[in-house]
Design a protein around this ligand. Sequence first.
Ligand SMILES: CC(C)(COP(=O)(O)OP(=O)(O)OC[C@H]1O[C@@H](n2cnc3c(N)ncnc32)[C@H](O)[C@@H]1OP(=O)(O)O)[C@@H](O)C(=O)NCCC(=O)NCCS
Length: 166
Amino acid sequence: MAPEITKVKYMPELRSIAQLADSIWHECFVGIISEGQIDYMVDKFQSLEAMTEQIENQGYYYLAVRDGGELCGYIALKPEKDNRLFLSKLYLRSDKRGLGIGRAMLGRVFEEAAALGKDTVYLTVNKHNDHAVNVYKAAGFYEADTAVTDIGGGYVMDDYIMEYRL
Ligand SMILES: CC(C)(COP(=O)(O)OP(=O)(O)OC[C@H]1O[C@@H](n2cnc3c(N)ncnc32)[C@H](O)[C@@H]1OP(=O)(O)O)[C@@H](O)C(=O)NCCC(=O)NCCS
């Protein structure tokens, strides 16, 4: 059955996403970035306070992903002022991967882009996150650039910038 993907509108659901994000990030980034950097990034980008700020003041919106009624993933999007949609977050619990849900999530991202009148979706992905890079390439993203971003706390993000043209 296809996953259910819905826009996050209420604080309790955002709180559940913060809990889910905490557990997914501490699983999927092991071996890619340090434990200290995971803690730092979860706090900076995926805490309830950080996500509330993104939604209220920075133009982001979140989509919740459910399979069999159970929250198991999330997507964060930010429409830019130009022709692009920024895919900021795409996260799925490990036991739900490899089942086509990731592909369905990307399908929804492309639908959101089309509905917003955008012709390009872009994202940043850690250069060593091989699985995600492969999933994005399989969906038609290409590597457009690289970026090393100082995120404070003595940490940097070492990323590919990938793009998809609708
Ligand atoms: C990224 C993520 C959401 C993708 O979900 P997923 O369930 O693993 O993806 P799917 O199983 O739906 O696979 C998507 C497609 O990628 C393809 N794919 C996966 N690995 C591949 C590989 N090594 N080579 C070629 N294609 C590959 C699959 O075959 C599938 O294509 P298809 O639909 O044409 O069959 C999920 O892996 C995840 O949450 N990872 C951890 C968090 C993360 O790294 N997020 C991204 C941060 S930028």
